[in-house]
Design a protein around this ligand. Sequence first.
Ligand SMILES: CC(C)(COP(=O)(O)OP(=O)(O)OC[C@H]1O[C@@H](n2cnc3c(N)ncnc32)[C@H](O)[C@@H]1OP(=O)(O)O)[C@@H](O)C(=O)NCCC(=O)NCCS
Length: 168
Amino acid sequence: MATADANLVVHESASVSPDARIYPSTRGTRIVIGAHSSIEPFAMIRCVGGRGDVIIGEHCYVNPGCVIYSGNGVTMGNHVLLAPGVMVMPTNHQWERRDVPIREQGFRPSKGGVVIGDDVWVGANAVLLDGARIGRGAIIGAGAVVAGEIPEYEIWGGSPCALLKRRP
Ligand SMILES: CC(C)(COP(=O)(O)OP(=O)(O)OC[C@H]1O[C@@H](n2cnc3c(N)ncnc32)[C@H](O)[C@@H]1OP(=O)(O)O)[C@@H](O)C(=O)NCCC(=O)NCCS
């Protein structure tokens, strides 16, 4: 492992574009990028909105324009493809009070972050919310909003996200 920072571990075989932006945590949460994974230009990973880690497995591909916030945690398996513009946002502002601006209310309780299984393809501009659990081999259509469980090897799309078909 090549380690640039205590909170940022990038495997020596991984590739991070010089035009990608990775902001290591100052609060002790971790970003880990596994072997042979690639973070493309203009992708961004930020530790904000919670205490979760961002763990990216091996042979993953994070395309241009993806934004990954750590929030309540992001775990990607191996061979995961995030198409351009995918937003991984496992955090929600608190909004229960009307007398305090939302930005001063902190964050809502965790729903467990975002967990992506092995060999998942997430289509362009999809949004993955806190509590999204995407099973192995699943495909998420372009523009989908995912907030819950997606079973293995199924293809889901739209908002609200619904089953489109199953992989053979
Ligand atoms: C989800 C996807 C993989 C399905 O592809 P497909 O199997 O060829 O799907 P089809 O074109 O046969 O469509 C099947 C049905 O799903 C619907 N559908 C397809 N993609 C959809 C999407 N992203 N959101 C909502 N509905 C979608 C179609 O309208 C169709 O509905 P119908 O049966 O009512 O007519 C594809 O549409 C998609 O979104 N690909 C992402 C592309 C991308 O991001 N590329 C970046 C490369 S890294």
